[in-house]
Design a protein around this ligand. Structure first.
Ligand code: NIG
Ligand code: FE
Length: 421
């Protein structure tokens, strides 16, 4: 199939974009792309490609923007229950960490998730992935972390493997057994850390070899935060994971700075995420490394906070910045990466072009998929979006509605509800 007559085609060609290079859109006016077998076979101007491939099935983009599918580099899409009552408590003055300390927060979602059967988890998560996909996310990270016992954590991963097979999306899985200290280990965080590092991670390795043979290993992530895992505990977990060959991620500096970001850089983590209370020295260390900084502006927004990731400092120092959604039931129940992109423009001070690169090619790098997705280049997977606008700057400028007209995943067309043609 040949898609032609895009007012602007954003190729994002050339790989992940560091520092000042962020926002290199590779814009082609009156753009066209040839798809074969779910992959991109040619990229160019409409006149050129139509002349070269006259026998192809044609799809007229009708003057819309054509761009790569969004990649959501940070998501917790699988859980049971909801936390609407806590949302109300927070509005009345309770803090997120106070609620967690009192046994609510993540721990209340853990109680509901432990009680949910595999089929129930699959069904509820599928609905969330469908909403993410309809808003243009064609690949997304998906973390466990609401089980906090090995059995439930593996059930969550099993549900996610099932949903990845089912598609149409691609999921990059993450084991987040270190999301909180479960109730049965209250006051014994060191013991939980030891159990997770020494017993669960090796068991996860064998389970994966059996259940997910041939797939890349999942990421191992830690919530390094007051009330969750200390710096020493986070190090123990990440070092054990690294020794077993797992690629690493960290939640650091969401609220308090415990030093997790520097440690993640030292351990060669693929990404460090949140990064709100990160110091200038850590921003410099991060910028000098290959660890991708993943900002999640929906989280401070949803918690009504004033501070966001110091993205401009990171870019000035030459860092690799991605923007993710952080879909989760506690701090950011939002399935639209377009909304996070709009927040990134306002609070991280990114231009629409920078925010687009941060949610496509750089986000792909944050989940180690930059060779397959995140740009429109020959040989890559045909994961594309047609936006219902003619100028890419409408992304970020407009928010709260879905600007995606058509999602193309591995060459197949999907039209979200609301656009019946
Ligand atoms: O990324 N910070 C830890 N995890 C989530 C929140 C999870 C929850 O509250 O359920 C986050 O913000
Ligand atoms: Fe998170």
């Amino acid at each position: 199939m040949l898609i032609h007559s895009a007012s602007q085609m954003l190729t994002l060609a050339g790989g992940p974009q560091r520092g000042a290079a962020l926002g290199t859109l590779g814009l082609v006016e009156d753009g066209a792309v040839l798809l074969h077998g779910g992959r991109i076979a040619a990229v160019g101007r409409s006149a050129e490609l139509r002349a070269a491939f006259p026998g192809e099935e044609m799809l007229d983009a009708g003057g819309r923007v054509l761009m790569p599918g969004f990649v959501d580099a940070h998501a917790h899409p699988i859980w049971a229950g909801d936390r609407a009552a806590e949302f109300e408590q927070r509005l009345q003055g309770k803090s997120y960490l106070e609620i967690l300390e009192a046994g609510g927060g993540i721990l209340s979602t853990v109680r509901a998730t432990r009680a949910a059967q595999l089929e129930q988890l699959i069904q509820q998560t599928r609905a969330r992935l469908q909403r993410m996909f309809a808003h243009g996310s064609t690949s997304m990270e998906a973390k466990s972390g609401y089980g906090l016992d090995l059995e439930t954590e593996l059930r969550m991963l099993e549900a996610l493997l099932h949903l990845d097979d089912e598609g149409p999306w691609d999921l990059a899985l993450t084991f987040l057994g270190a999301h909180a200290i479960p109730a049965e280990f209250k006051g014994r965080a060191d013991e939980y850390t030891r159990e997770l590092s020494q017993t669960w991670l090796p068991e996860l390795r064998s389970w994966w070899a059996e259940k997910a043979a041939g797939r890349p290993l999942p990421f191992v992530d830690v919530f390094c935060e007051t009330g969750a895992f200390s710096l020493a505990q986070s190090r123990q977990i990440l070092e054990a994971a690294k020794a077993l060959g797992f690629p690493l991620k960290i939640h650091s500096d969401e609220f308090d700075n415990l030093g997790g970001t520097g440690m993640a850089v030292e351990l060669g983590a693929v990404s460090a995420d949140h990064l709100v209370s990160t110091s200038a020295a850590e921003i410099a260390a991060l910028a000098a490394s290959d660890t991708v900084a993943v900002a999640l502006p929906a989280t401070p927004f949803a918690l009504s906070e004033a501070h966001y990731t110091p993205a401009r400092q990171l870019l000035q120092a030459g860092g690799l910045l991605a923007v993710g959604g952080d879909l989760n039931p506690g701090t950011a129940w939002c399935e639209s990466l377009q909304f996070s992109l709009a927040l990134a423009c306002r609070y991280l001070k990114l231009t629409p072009a920078e925010a687009i690169a941060a949610t496509t090619i750089n986000a792909a790098a944050a989940i180690q998929r930059q060779d397959q997705v995140g740009s429109i280049e020959v040989g890559k997977q045909a994961d594309l979006l047609l936006l219902d606008v003619a100028d890419y700057r409408q992304l970020g400028y407009r928010f709260g509605t879905n600007l995606v007209h058509t999602v193309i995943k591995k060459g197949a067309l999907h039209v979200p509800a609301g656009y019946p043609d």
